[in-house]
Design a binder for this molecule. Structure first.
Ligand code: NAD
Length: 275
């Protein structure tokens, strides 16, 4: 495989691992992230390992910033063949404090406590924008290079929350459901012009985004962290490396008749009813 691949959010845990694996296959990698330093660090690590990469700083919510990034990528490597939409995340203002509503929540005046009625539209908006628009806008910018050619594709990142929402995080769950839905929509929309569109639905991976929710300071699991393990038949968290083989498969021409699918990589979480 020798393609030009842009990964957004590739300064982060999951997509940096995917970027490095794609680089090992001989692809040219644009490591795009809001955090310039993180993007450059990952690009440097790829180069040190003998691969080809550039770090690019851009905001997936700002078309102008993405256009500038595209210009740099086009001038350095050429037309983009593959886009991995990895930037995403949650916001505390779109998260309830408790999994279930209780009548006494109406009287709770503890600083920072949030019942369903306290959810802030700013937190919901942030989460919907980052995950959904943060997938759609980069696709508008980079897929222009792909339409009408062969061997091009978009890979989105959905979540277990897209199938059944986790408690406490309605905005993130809704936004990831929107990504699975958009993956199917765009796969159909681009089906006549040679661009495949698929998604990964990772199970639970310990990253900076969720570490505080799932682990205590001493490294032991929180109640929620343990609940996830109990619901995962393989009884462990995912390792970023668990995403590599499916990423390579969906980006490679070996999957040239595969479009509009969302693949769970979850140790059986989505298959298990808990009984
Ligand atoms: P991460 O926080 O390590 O990485 C996310 C990266 O996105 C960060 O480097 C961050 O700087 C970047 N980013 C944030 N806002 C941006 C913006 N506006 N423009 C450009 N870059 C921006 O998280 P991760 O766990 O590696 O997550 C990667 C993707 O996988 C996300 O979409 C996440 O929702 C999804 N996901 C994660 C898990 C998990 O268990 N960690 C599970 C399912 C899905």
């Amino acid at each position: 495989m020798s393609k030009i691949i842009v990964l957004t959010g590739a300064g982060g845990v999951l997509c940096s691992t995917m970027a490095k694996a794609l680089a090992k296959q001989g692809n040219k990698i644009a490591v795009l992230d809001l955090r310039e330093e993180a993007a450059n660090k990952v690009a440097k690590e790829i180069e040190e390992a003998g691969g080809e990469a550039i770090g690019v700083s851009a905001n997936v919510l700002e078309k102008d910033s993405l256009q500038k990034a595209k210009e740099l990528i086009n001038n350095t490597f050429g037309k983009v063949d593959i886009l991995v939409n990895g930037a995403g995340g949650n916001h505390p203002l779109g998260t309830t404090s408790n999994p279930f509503f209780a009548m006494e929540d109406l009287e709770n005046t503890v600083e920072g406590f949030k019942s369903f009625f306290d959810l802030d539209s700013k937190g919901i908006e942030f989460t919907f924008n980052l995950n959904f628009l943060g997938t759609l806008i980069p696709t508008q910018v980079f897929a222009v290079d792909m339409v009408g050619r062969t061997g091009c594709s978009v890979l989105n990142i959905s979540s277990m929350n897209a199938y059944t929402p986790l408690t406490k995080i309605p905005a993130y769950s809704g936004a990831k459901a929107a990504i699975s839905n958009f993956t199917q929509w765009l796969a159909v929309h681009f089906s006549k012009v040679g661009v495949r569109v698929n998604a990964l639905a990772p199970g639970f991976f310990l990253t900076d985004q969720n570490r505080a929710l799932l682990t205590n300071e001493d490294g032991s699991l929180t109640k929620r962290g343990q609940q996830i393990i109990d619901q995962t038949p393989m009884e462990r968290y995912g390792k970023p490396e668990d995403l590599i083989s499916t990423t390579l498969y969906l980006c490679d021409d070996a999957s040239s008749f595969v479009t509009g699918i969302v693949i769970p990589i979850d140790g059986g979480f989505s298959a298990y009813s808990g009984v």
